[in-house]
Design a protein around this ligand. Structure first.
Ligand SMILES: O=C(O)CCC(=O)C(=O)O
Length: 393
């Protein structure tokens, strides 16, 4: 591979505007680019790292939603420049990929430079070393038995290939429903498995949620390479759960995005009332071993949760029964999350929960479930599983 000079030229042309906010970083940008041009790659890498540390502090002061965009853009800029510098200074490929993935997760991609660079570097990893990781286990070895189903039969309404009229009629009821085989036509439904994901992106770094569920006090998050995530948390002997949850993983790895299609249903809904504009369709991935739990919670937008492989169990409570679910009102971050463990209800503590209508569903590979806005949903994976959710208005 050449010295990635095409990526360097793109970075040099990158907008000066975000740098107007920090003289320190603007000076360091010029200095690093000069060092790179004079082929002092180790030095340019070192300077990038100083800048990344400086910005990291800013990214971790205050609430994430309040962080100004320019810090995130500049973080991505230095991540990419650090990676190309390190590559030219003979650094190892997985370290370069790690730098870029941090830039993608913590920052904002610059004209898709980071996404393309990460893919190009990952393609450079010798197939033999990827195979070594993948062949440690077969998909059957990942198969944990964690499939207790707390109900005899599903109570959710089930459709197969509903037309627009039927879909609109159903969403008007503001109740969840399942579309059997709704994503069977995706190439992903045929191709993807734990091993396939490993083969495509073993060395890509992703944020992993660690703990039995996000509402637990001991729950934490860690960024790690996919191969480490799979080796650690898909091991049937592992009791701690690790979950790649609610992450734009397909945005990070567009090669995988080519294997899915945004469902047409996302574009069939009625216009919003008053001045309100529809937002973009937000696509998130949910990848984990058997036994991951998303506790009973609600989201503000419509959702189509689509199952690529593995099965998931869902217990849903309509928004109209919100008075019975006991949201965690003491923690502002958990206001949308119920305190009730729906598979093991403490009825002394939560006596009204018995009045809530519970709609039960099993999502098999290829199925999708429509979850109306504010409808409470509890989701547990029964197998190693990959789902893609689409939030829309
Ligand atoms: O699949 C899961 O674990 C949770 C999915 C979910 O909560 C969502 O798509 O909003």
């Amino acid at each position: 591979m050449k010295r990635l000079s095409n990526f360097f030229s793109e970075l040099v042309r990158y907008d000066a505007k975000p740098f107007e906010r920090s003289k320190f970083l603007a000076r360091h940008r010029t200095a690093t680019e000069n060092l790179f041009t004079s082929e002092s790659f180790e030095e340019s890498y070192r300077l990038c790292c100083i800048c990344l540390d400086f910005i990291w502090e800013r990214l971790h002061s205050g609430h994430w939603n309040q962080i100004e965009f320019f810090w995130r853009e500049i973080y991505s800029y230095f991540s990419a420049l650090a990676a190309v510098s390190l590559f030219n200074a003979e650094g190892n490929l997985s370290e370069c990929i790690k730098l870029i993935d941090y830039g993608l997760i913590m920052g904002i991609d610059i004209n898709c430079i980071l996404t393309r660079l990460a893919q190009q570097l990952h393609d450079e990893i010798p197939k033999s070393s990827l195979l070594q990781i993948c062949d440690v286990k077969t998909d059957t070895d990942f198969q944990q038995q964690d499939s207790s189903i707390p109900f005899d039969k599903e109570t959710i309404s089930i459709y197969s290939d509903p037309d627009c009229e039927c879909f609109l009629k159903e969403i008007g009821k503001e109740l969840p429903f399942k579309i059997e085989g709704g994503v069977n036509h995706w190439p992903a439904a045929e191709k993807w498995s734990v091993n396939y994901i490993l083969k495509q992106c073993a060395h890509r770094h992703v944020p992993v949620e660690i703990g039995s569920k996000y509402s637990d006090e001991t729950w934490t998050q860690e960024i790690m390479p996919i191969y480490k995530f799979v080796q650690t948390y898909f091991d049937p002997k592992q009791s701690t759960k690790g979950y790649l949850a609610q992450h734009d993983f397909l945005g990070q790895v567009p090669l995988l995005k080519e294997d899915i299609v945004i469902p047409d249903y996302c574009f069939m809904t009625p216009e919003l009332e008053g001045e309100r504009q529809k937002g973009e369709v937000v696509v998130n991935s949910w990848f984990g071993p058997a036994g991951t739990v998303s506790p009973l919670h609600q989201d503000p937008r419509r959702n189509l949760l689509c199952q690529v492989f593995g099965r998931k169990l869902l217990i849903l409570v309509p928004a109209s029964d919100s008075a019975f679910v006991y949201p965690a009102s003491e923690d502002p971050l958990l206001l949308n999350t119920s305190q009730v463990d729906v598979e093991n209800v403490d009825s002394d503590k939560f006596p009204l929960f018995g009045k809530a209508t519970q709609i039960t569903a099993i999502l098999n590979p290829g199925d999708m479930v429509y979850i109306p806005p504010k409808c409470w949903h509890y989701v547990k994976s029964l197998d190693p599983s990959f789902s893609v959710s689409f939030w829309f208005d």
